[in-house]
Structures are given as structure tokens and as C-alpha cells.
Design a protein around this ligand. Structure first.
Ligand SMILES: Cc1cc2nc3c(=O)[nH]c(=O)nc-3n(C[C@H](O)[C@H](O)[C@H](O)COP(=O)(O)OP(=O)(O)OC[C@H]3O[C@@H](n4cnc5c(N)ncnc54)[C@H](O)[C@@H]3O)c2cc1C
Length: 430
């Protein structure tokens, strides 16, 4: 998780343009066109607009939420989410959950909302969405120091980065190593429980549907199907638009195989616990730590350390063998103890893993891949296909903002809603 805002951040303001589209290309666009020109839309007598969202990770649930939220209230809209495993079945469900929002309001979709949905649902969850607030990043080399100094000076007021010295850092986390006497403290950053967040977001989507449907305007529907999608064209006749949010498995679809500039990278995370009576507990209100290895702190005696980087792996299984876990620990523990030496007293309990979809490096940094993909799979009159992928190691950071842009582009049938930097991969690919 980066400490600095995503490179495309400044594009948000630039690309909040009004919807402009080719409103005659399909029924979907014509319906929207009528909305835009204020003609009467008698949605009760029409088949709802139907959207298929493939994948129920950060990307898919964000798009689903925004399709419901951003569509005109008088339109009937049905969103079907497909996931072969279920909510958080891919990288999102196993991620470290470290989120340094550049704008807390935009960065996660109603974190608080998702939290209260879970509490109200009466589910037996001992922890809720936000595990811990604050992230601390000690500078470990001159490059990080300069980059973070720069970020601290230029950050938005909504994402404070405080530059602190060793003593102040050690007041937050006793015995922390601060080799260059400087650390960067992000008090508004959070560490979320990714599965709880995703479950909360899905519940929030369902409640949104209930609320919108009872308002007397168009009917909204949302369904989650546990089903593996083996090719895109099988969905052709049923949907007005299909949005591929399958993370590292997007290019396993025959229509996209070998055609997306994505590399895969497996990451392992280890859970450690401090045995009773041994060593110093982690402070109750101490922040999580970002360094060469990160520590996502769960409680005073429980934390996650991550993550490894196994490039070109195709293994998306969350399960980690004994062998893989011990290799991961060999790699992670020296890095973690160089910053938090007390970690040597902690014991390994379990490991989990996920597969990242890494986008290519461009002059603007490593940017997610978004856009309409009918060039790749062939134009159809009835259904438009879209891709929201390549979230790399920053999915939590990006998903809310980009999910909203994606949904707006889908609803208006207009790819120009999306910043061109995020659709440029299509030209290179061609
Ligand atoms: C170890 C690790 C730690 C990370 N930590 C962080 C972090 O702290 N902060 C951060 O911002 N990012 C982190 N990331 C990155 C983040 O997890 C990803 O960027 C993000 O999860 C990508 O979301 P996604 O929705 O695109 O993909 P996924 O979460 O992988 O979702 C894709 C979904 O598609 C489903 N699917 C796949 N194939 C099919 C099919 N054929 N049919 C139907 N469904 C299918 C899958 O089951 C899955 O649920 C981490 C990643 C890893 C691996």
C-alpha cells in the first residue's frame, strides 16, 4: 500500500465532466438519453436495464454499489454479481486492508456505513470493519525519505501526513527502529478487516436497493450468484452491459486471454501472535506500520505481516502450504524485525495468500486498466463489455473512486468519463 496518493488523483477533478455519449448505439443508451433530455421514462412498463458484474472483490462490489447509486431513480435497474467463490473470494478478501485515503470520504465507500450495516445485521462478528486507525512509516533509506517528505508537503488536508522524529515515533510504538530519525505518521489512514468490509458493502448495496425500490420510482434489484463464468459471450443476450472485475483471473477468459497487459504476482501474509506472558504487547492504540514488510496490527497480541512478491505465479489459492509459509516467514521476519525488533517474540499461527493483477509501468506510474473492451471481443448490438482491472497492490485505495467512474461510464455508455490515462493501455495493446 503506497503512502502517497495515486498518480491519477489529480485527474478526479479534471474528469468530472457531464455525461456525453453516443445515445443511439443500444437500447441501454437510448434509455439514458431520454433521461438526459428529460423525456418521460415510464420505467414500470419496461424491462429493467440489466448489468452483470463479474467478480465480488473491491472492484466488483464498488461498481455494483455505484451502478445502483448513480443510475437515475426513475430507471428500473437489475445488477447480477457473479463470483465463482463468493464475496471476497480473490485477492480482496485476503489483502492486508491497509488504506491511506487521499480523501477519506471518497476512498472507501461508506466505511462507517458498512460498519453499521454489520452491527445492525446482528451477525456474530467479534470485530467490525475498521481494525485500527493510523499508519506509521519510518524512513529506512534516503529515497523513501525524500519521496515521503515530498508527499507530506503536498498532501491534501484530508490526508494528513505528519513528519515526526524518532522520540515521537517511539511514543506511538515503543522500541520502533527509526534509522534516519524521521517517520511519517498518517493519523487518518485505516486498517480494515477486508472480509468484513466487503460483507458490509454488500449489505449496504442490498439496503440501498430496498430504500430506492420503496421510493416509488424505478425498481432496483441486486443478486449475487455463486457461479464461475467461463466466457463472456455466454452472457451476451441477457445483459445491457457486462463489467469484468475478475482481478488476476480476468485474462483467463478466452476472449481476453493474452490480450491484457497484466502480470500476476502472488503474495503471502502471515498471522503472528504474542504468546501469553512473553515480551511487550503492542500498544492498544498504536498504528499499523508500513516498511519493506508491513505490520497490520489486529490487537495487542495479534498482527499480520506481509507481503511476499512471487511474480508470474498463477496460483490464486488462498491456501498456503507449510513449505510456502516457511519460505514466506524467512523473507518477511528479517524485514519486519529490522523495524520492529519485538516481532522475534511473536509466534506464527497461520498464513493466507492472494494473486495480484499488476498493471504495466507507464510515465504516469502503474495505473489500473479501465475501459470498454468491445474492440477486444467484438462489437455486439445488445451488450457492451467493460473491464475494471489491474488494481495491483492498491485495490483498496483505488476501488471506490474508480468504481464510481466505471459505473458512470457504463450508465452513460461513454468511456470518455474515464481519464484517458486509465484507458491508454488499449492503444498500446492494439
Ligand atoms: C497479499 C496481498 C495483500 C494486499 N494488501 C493490500 C492492502 O493492504 N491495501 C491495498 O490497497 N491493496 C492490497 N492488496 C491488493 C488488493 O488486494 C487488490 O488490488 C484487490 O484485491 C483487487 O481487487 P479486484 O476486485 O480487482 O480483484 P479480486 O479481489 O481478486 O476479485 C476478483 C473476483 O473475481 C472472482 N472470479 C475470478 N474468476 C472468476 C470466474 N471465472 N467467474 C466468476 N468469478 C470469478 C474471484 O473469485 C474474486 O472474488 C493486496 C494484495 C495481496 C495479494
Amino acid at each position: 500500500m503506497p503512502a502517497r496518493p495515486p498518480p491519477g488523483k489529480s485527474l478526479l477533478a479534471k474528469w468530472s465532466s457531464p455525461f456525453i455519449g453516443d445515445y443511439n448505439c443500444c437500447r441501454h443508451c437510448r434509455l439514458h438519453s431520454r433521461r438526459m433530455t428529460s423525456l418521460v421514462v415510464s420505467s414500470h412498463h419496461q424491462r429493467p436495464l440489466r448489468y452483470a458484474v463479474l467478480g465480488a472483490g473491491f472492484a466488483g462490489l464498488s461498481v455494483a454499489w455505484h451502478l445502483l447509486k448513480e443510475s437515475a431513480k426513475e430507471l428500473s435497474v437489475c445488477v447480477d454479481i457473479y463470483d465463482e467463490i463468493g464475496i471476497g473470494g480473490g485477492a480482496s478478501g485476503v489483502s492486508g486492508g491497509l488504506l491511506h485515503p487521499y480523501s477519506p470520504k471518497e476512498a472507501a465507500i461508506g466505511l462507517e456505513e458498512a460498519n453499521s450495516e454489520l452491527e445492525e445485521s446482528g451477525q456474530d462478528l467479534s470485530e467490525f470493519v475498521i481494525r485500527r486507525r493510523g499508519i506509521l512509516r519510518p524512513a529506512t533509506n534516503m529515497k523513501t525519505l525524500n519521496t515521503l517528505n515530498d508527499n507530506a508537503q503536498n498532501c491534501l488536508s484530508s490526508c494528513r501526513i505528519e513528519t515526526i522524529d524518532k522520540d515521537s515515533a517511539q511514543r506511538l510504538v515503543p522500541n520502533l527502529c527509526v534509522p534516519l530519525n524521521t517517520a511519517f505518521y498518517m493519523p487518518d489512514a485505516v486498517n480494515v478487516h477486508p472480509q468484513h468490509y466487503l460483507q458490509g458493502l454488500f449489505l449496504a448495496c442490498k439496503n440501498l436497493v430496498k430504500g430506492l425500490s420503496s421510493s416509488g420510482f424505478g425498481r432496483k434489484e441486486l443478486y449475487l450468484h455463486q457461479k464461475s463464468i467461463s466466457n463472456l459471450l455466454e452472457l451476451k443476450g441477457e445483459y445491457d452491459a457486462v463489467i469484468v472485475c475478475m482481478g488476476a483471473k480476468a485474462d483467463m477468459l478466452p476472449e481476453l486471454s493474452g490480450r491484457l497487459p497484466l502480470r500476476t504476482c502472488r503474495g503471502v501474509i502471515a498471522c503472528l501472535q504474542l504468546p501469553g506472558g512473553i515480551g511487550q504487547e503492542y500498544p492498544d492504540d498504536g498504528p499499523s506500520i508500513l516498511a519493506d514488510a508491513w505490520l497490520a496490527v489486529q490487537g495487542t497480541r495479534s498482527l499480520y505481516v506481509g507481503s511476499t512478491w512471487e511474480w508470474k505465479s498463477r496460483n490464486s489459492s488462498p491456501k498456503v502450504s507449510v513449505d510456502e509459509a516457511s519460505k514466506a516467514l524467512e523473507e518477511l521476519l528479517p524485514k519486519a524485525s529490522s523495524i520492529y525488533p519485538g516481532i522475534t517474540n511473536w509466534s506464527f499461527t497461520e498464513a493466507r495468500a492472494g494473486l495480484r493483477a499488476m498493471p504495466p509501468l507507464t510515465v504516469n506510474g502503474s495505473l489500473p486498466l479501465l475501459g470498454c473492451i468491445e474492440d477486444l471481443i467484438g462489437k455486439t448490438q445488445t451488450c457492451k463489455y467493460w473491464l475494471f482491472g489491474g488494481l495491483g497492490s492498491r485495490g483498496l485505495l483505488y476501488h471506490a473512486w474508480l468504481g464510481k467512474l466505471m459505473a458512470q461510464a457504463v450508465l452513460s455508455c461513454d468511456e470518455r468519463i474515464i481519464p484517458p490515462e486509465l484507458t491508454a493501455w488499449k492503444k498500446i495493446n492494439r
